[in-house]
Design a protein around this ligand. Structure first.
Ligand code: ATP
Ligand code: MG
Ligand code: MG
Length: 384
């Protein structure tokens, strides 16, 4: 059987490995962490840096095609591999998604709706920013996730202080929008430009981290069509091949693209249990040049992230400030009808670390939501 290469060893890569195995492929994973979830599930784990040429050569010699689950793989690594085998998505597409300045310029140049922003390289750039950007959010251009590398600023003075705290790294300053809610569209696009969109997901965050995702979104269907159309247009402009996620803000009833992820997405986990084809199987299919699957949802679904916080009992003293370490009592979830539990096999829990998730499926979206919220409370997840 053919072997596929995966750059990145997180949970998104792990689900890709499982989907690829179901279709008879072997998978080699490159990730520097010897305990990475995808590395542990893979047929071979190359435990090396993304710039390690010996490891890249080994991957290139053994794999039929390579993909990624992590937007921060250096574009140079993807370019190097592309000399030897298909790399999907391309270095160019990943390069745009991994840098917020390039990402926002791409949105602007392609007529896609976005929050007003300015690209910031110096304190002088900040002094020149227009009033309309305040209150705003200063975001570092590279390596931010789960709300890290972001500061909410009310004035130019606060923005300059935040820029100094970010060591003058290139940033974007974005206008703060009043959010009605947030949605995302995960889609797959094949080498012929054919796309399949999953239903729009509605996402709620807590402390900057995705908390729950509702599939399909509860908002009006008209807007869902426009979100899917915008996401398809965006994928086409990127020349994208693979699974792509587009995050949107909805503000005063208008859609704005927030950011893109050149990979499957946390808000697409529910596609595993609720859709005919999962976002991970679509990634396998697009990578291998196979026809894309049916992205229809056969159930409504609510996905709840399980963060490391619930591995600790804050009321009992522990070795550090988090409290006593203990494995959560999974029977509280496993006994709930229509609930699917997914754990990523990570070796250490930390507060805020994504350790697993569960999905509740039901023909009735209201019931799926109620059951998921009750299960969330039962396992000890506090409301934000
Ligand atoms: P991810 O983990 O999704 O990659 P991230 O660290 O890249 O997150 P963003 O998606 O840019 O961060 O922002 C995180 C969250 O902060 C958003 O989902 C939204 O709730 C809020 N937020 C970010 N930018 C804005 C904005 N311009 N206006 C209002 N809220 C915002
Ligand atoms: Mg992001
Ligand atoms: Mg985001």
């Amino acid at each position: 059987p053919a072997t596929l290469g995966m750059l990145g060893g997180g949970q998104l890569g792990r689900f890709f490995v499982l989907a690829a195995h179901e279709m008879g492929y072997k998978v080699w994973v490159l990730d520097p962490d010897k305990n990475s979830p995808a590395g542990l599930a893979a047929d071979r784990h190359l435990c090396a840096d993304y710039g390690d040429f010996a490891a890249l050569d080994e991957l290139a010699n053994s794999c039929a095609a390579v993909t990624t689950e992590f937007e921060n793989v250096p574009a140079a690594t993807l370019e190097y591999l592309a000399k030897f085998l298909p790399v999907r998505p391309s270095a160019d597409a990943v390069g745009i998604c991994q840098n917020r300045v390039a990402e926002k310029m791409f949105l602007r140049n392609n007529g896609l709706p976005h929050a007003a922003f300015a690209s910031i390289n110096s304190e002088a750039d900040l002094r020149d920013t227009p009033d309309e950007l305040y209150p705003g959010i200063l975001k570092v251009a590279r390596f931010g996730y789960d709300g890290k590398g972001q500061a909410r600023v009310k004035s130019r003075e606060e923005a300059i202080a935040a820029f100094q705290a970010f060591h003058h790294e290139p940033c974007v300053l974005e206008q703060m929008l009043k959010l009605d809610y947030e949605v995302s569209v995960v889609l797959a696009r094949d080498e012929h430009g054919k796309t399949k969109c999953f239903p729009v997901a509605e996402n709620a965050h807590a402390k900057g981290i995705l908390d729950i995702s509702i599939l399909p979104a509860r908002s009006g269907t008209c807007q869902q069509d426009s979100a899917q159309e915008l996401a398809e247009h965006l994928a086409e402009r990127l020349g994208y091949i693979g699974t792509l996620a587009v995050e949107f803000f909805v503000s005063h009833g208008q859609l704005y693209v927030n950011e893109m992820a050149p990979r499957p997405h946390n808000s697409g986990h529910a596609t595993v249990d609720a859709c005919v084809t999962s976002q991970y199987e679509q990634q396998v299919r697009a990578l291998c040049g196979l026809p894309l699957g049916d992205a229809r949802a056969h159930s409504a679904a609510v996905m709840v992230n399980l963060l490391g916080d619930i591995w600790y009992d804050a009321t009992q003293p522990g070795p550090d400030s988090h409290g006593a370490y203990r494995e959560p009592d999974w029977s509280k979830l496993l006994t709930v009808p229509n609930l699917k539990l997914h754990l990523y096999g990570k070796h250490h829990a930390r507060p805020g670390r994504k350790m697993g998730h569960f999905t509740v499926v039901d023909a009735d979206p209201v019931k799926a939501h109620a059951v998921a919220m009750a299960a969330r409370a039962a396992i000890g997840i506090q409301d934000a």
